[in-house]
Design a protein around this ligand. Structure first.
Ligand code: ZN
Length: 54
């Protein structure tokens, strides 16, 4: 079952998918990034090649 990385709720049809993961909305994607420490954020950046400005 797909769940939002931020709120852990089940996703509806209009979920957001990107290289970080799945989120129920753009807002939760932003909040998820905000909730990360700098170290965690850098780790994510390293896991996914951020070659383009996505
Ligand atoms: Zn969510």
């Amino acid at each position: 079952m797909k769940k939002c990385m931020y709120c852990k709720k089940e996703l509806n049809e209009k979920y957001l998918e990107n290289k970080i993961g799945l989120f129920c909305s753009e807002e939760h994607y932003t909040k998820y990034l905000d909730s990360l420490s700098n170290e965690e954020y850098i780790a994510i950046q390293n896991n996914f090649c951020v070659c383009s400005d996505d």
